[in-house]
Design a protein around this ligand. Structure first.
Ligand code: SIN
Length: 369
């Protein structure tokens, strides 16, 4: 039989009708008369690597021990088949650290480079590879300071790259697929792990070793991504990225904010230590609904009287810490963290303190972000 390209179009249509199953004959006959659609250009995605277990390597094959942040971003890309069919990839190594060592220095470097790239008409989205331990903090920080509708997706892995059944390659594949997909635009900074898509604000690490560790405990995940196919079923209602009032412009550093952990019998020593160390804010990782012993609450009230902003959050892992329930926040001069866990509340308080020290205004910020 002659090739289709060698026969006139009308004849090709007739052959198509003759060989097509009956129910499909009419639509298939119409299709060839339309101009062939141009193949969509691939999205241009930049991968910014910071290290983490996704780039981890084991000294001994098959064992659980490993060193985080060992492999280069080029090695991660090479180990992920099919990326080139999803997007045109370029990559940069921002840092090579385990994420317990994430610092303001790396945050500023990452955010400033991401800002530059997002402003370029030649970039459609960014993927950041990151250790999972502090991934939620970096994601939320970027969510507050980057001003772009373009997708920014953080991704990590729970098993090192050299592990049996490493989860990094599929996580990276899915992260690039999410970043390359136009439906991710305007959703704020996203986190992709284990086939799930989460909002930077809502997600937290909930298990020290399990692959299913990232959970948006209070609001639920935004969607799913399965071998690169993305489906969203939740939308954000909080302020982020393009509607955020925060930026790093003109800033060289962020104010110090410490977290004080409450437990049975705790005294105010840690609060007084934070004050002596120069903290401008203190987040209470409180018991239950953001509470602590009388000694801690007295020390926090004393700090608040000195102008240090005190935010009450909870160590329990989910729920909402509201104002004036068990404690009189109005009288004590405290702010309630609402849904934010202590580490997220710390990120938001640091950004808030770049704008204001007024606790009413900071409570307004906690209500909106
Ligand atoms: C890290 O956060 O760098 C180590 C843990 C991980 O990436 O899963």
């Amino acid at each position: 039989m002659p090739k289709r390209s060698m026969i006139p179009l009308a004849l090709a249509v007739l052959i198509a009708i003759a060989t097509a199953p009956c129910a499909l004959a009419v639509p298939q006959a119409i299709a060839p008369t339309a101009a062939p659609a141009a193949a969509p250009a691939l999205a241009r995605i930049v991968i910014l690597a910071t290290g983490g277990t996704i780039a981890g390597a084991q000294p001994k094959e098959g064992g659980p021990a490993y060193k985080s942040g060992t492999l280069s971003v080029e090695a991660l890309v090479k180990a992920t088949p099919g990326l080139d069919a999803l997007a045109v990839i370029t990559s940069e190594q921002i840092a090579s650290i385990a994420s317990q060592d994430m610092s303001d220095f790396v945050w500023f470097k990452l955010a400033r480079r991401a800002k530059q790239l997002l402003a370029s008409p030649n970039v459609d989205g960014i993927v950041v590879t990151h250790g999972t331990d502090t991934l939620e903090e970096t994601a939320y920080f970027l969510d507050l300071v980057l001003k772009s509708e373009k997708p920014v997706v953080l991704v990590g892995a729970m098993r090192p790259a050299t592990s049996l059944s490493a989860d990094g390659p599929l996580n990276l594949y899915n992260a690039v697929a999410v970043a390359a997909d136009v439906t991710a635009r305007g959703r704020g900074v996203l986190v992709v792990l284990n086939d799930e898509v989460h909002a930077a604000r809502d997600v937290q690490k909930t298990n020290s070793t399990s692959l299913q560790t990232f959970v948006s405990v209070n609001r639920g995940k935004l969607g799913e991504v399965y071998y690169g196919k993305v489906r969203y079923f939740n939308v954000r209602t909080d302020r982020h990225t393009t509607t955020s009032e925060f930026s790093l412009d003109g800033l060289e550093a962020l104010p110090r904010v410490d977290i004080v952990y409450a437990h049975e019998g705790v005294d105010g020593t840690m609060v007084r230590t934070a004050v002596a160390a120069g903290a401008k804010g203190i987040v209470l990782a409180g018991v239950g609904d953001g509470n602590a012993t009388k000694d801690v609450i007295d020390a926090l009230a004393e700090a608040a009287r000195k102008g240090i902003v005190v935010v009450r959050s909870t160590r329990v892992g989910s729920g909402i810490v509201r104002r004036n329930i068990e404690l009189d926040d109005d009288a004590l001069g405290f702010v309630a963290a609402l849904e934010l866990n202590p580490q997220k509340a710390r990120v938001l308080l640091r950004m808030a303190l770049t704008k204001t020290g007024d606790i009413r205004e900071i409570q307004r910020i906690f209500e909106q972000y």
